[in-house]
Design a binder for this molecule. Sequence first.
Ligand code: ASP
Length: 579
Amino acid sequence: MNEWRDLRCGEVTAERVGERLTLAGWAARRRDHGGLVFVDLRDHTGLIQLVINPERSPEAATVAHEVRNEFVLRARGEVVRRAPEAVNPNLPTGEVEVQVDELEIVSRSEPLPFQLDEENVDENTRLRYRYLDLRTDRMQRNLRLSATVVAAIRRFMDSQGFVDIWTPNLTKATPEGARDFLVPVRLQPGHFFALPQSPQLFKQILMVSGFDRYYQIAVCFRDEDLRADRQFEFRQLDLELAFPTRDDVFRTLEGAVTASFEALGRTPPSAPFRQIPFDEAMLRYGSDKPDLRFGLEIEDATEVTRGSEFGVFANAPVVRFLRVPREFSRAELQRLEDVAKEWGAKGLAYLVYAENREVRSPIAKFLSESELEALHGEPGTTLLFVADTKSVVERVLGALRSQLGDELDLIDRSRDEFAWIVDFPLFEWKEDEQRWTFSHHPFTGMLPGHEELIESDPGSAVSLAYDLVWNGWELGSGSIRIHRSDIQQRVLRALGLSDEEIQEKFGFLLEVMRMGPPPHGGFALGIERFVALLAGESNIREIVAFPKTASGSEPMTGAPTTIPESVLAELGIRTIAPN
Ligand code: ASP
């Protein structure tokens, strides 16, 4: 290759026996046997064993005694076969070793804060020394997998005629339901750009400009609490089509998913993916991102218990239950009730059908023969009931379903279950603020005819939004958009904006939508979530090179930091001490 190395470490296999090679990499391990010194030389392709023999090269042996873990070395020597008893069948390079003639320490390393093969290193330490953490096999694999996926997606989008267009990062707030990150503008003190929560409006505008098919691997910024599947900044496969049907959008995403699986040499999930209406998902799974790798579906008992003597059931708007294939103990039921309460339930009623056909339950005596009959409990099962408003019942049983699926090992982890969730409501009622809000974003279209409901019955308007779900993770959302200025204006009004606010915030969009907008729609797929699942990781931090911690900081650089008063003054900003 060049003067540093002829091959990468993992490429020195048995075909190279007899060759004299220069190799470079990190010292993964050094074993000093008094005379002979063995060094495992490592790069991202693997390990090759160097043997430094003082009889062969006294100079190299002197250098070898100084070598410590993670020193960078250059070695020159001859590839030889290992003695049969020294062959390591677990390494591609395990049949050979390099007898070193020249050894050079290219750079040194202080003792590491943790060893690269150490397990369960505390995450703060890993992030503080991310450059070392990234040398581990796991992180090398994850970031390379991520690159493979992104490259496959780009190739696919390109092959489908999508045009990659860059949209601004310094822009006006785009409402996706999070807080904005703001950037002060020196030339206009008191004015701020917002970092985009997504390129939503720009991509819609590109459709009006005649681009027909747009895509971008776009970086988005959202100021919200960080979680396993959320960072302040993340990437989306962002796309938009003019004159689309919903199926066009679905087929595009299914193609991108298939291309990604194939690029990793994995069998893609069978497409087209199934479609589940939002209402059905909430009823059966208590979630709009159901994990479909297991059953444990929620069942409804509202009708059956309507006339019940058990007042809690009779009076609750909705009564639903989970039929769990297990005879829970009192202690287990207590713990499940605590979980239910954490999710907002007032209590958790149960019927335990013991193997001996006994029914253990404080509520059984209130239920009539016909009620019990209708529930048809099998021995060895427990029915867990929540009686409350629809949204509480869905939330609590959805959470219990996920938890029990995991705890009782009901999830078939060999399966990949993709689904489209469709027919979301257009608006959601915000109880605390007593107003309507959007359930996707304010530019989402609605079923034909549902325009009439915007003012008269916002709660029953059904949108043209859809989500893509994989094994219980929401991978992304999209919709067919509103492309008429008057309807857009009515939706913004329904969200409580005055005409002045609409003009100020979205005047430009309404103007665009008055100048020949084609029907359009699109989607955004969260790249990090998708890649994390492909990599078998449960936290997206594991596939991001330099992520933020849960508290929103970046331990390696120490960001965020305070800024000198003089710099702030230039921006027209004064800070107030946090209380
Ligand atoms: N902008 C939306 C989002 O980030 C996606 C879309 O509607 O295309 O979720």
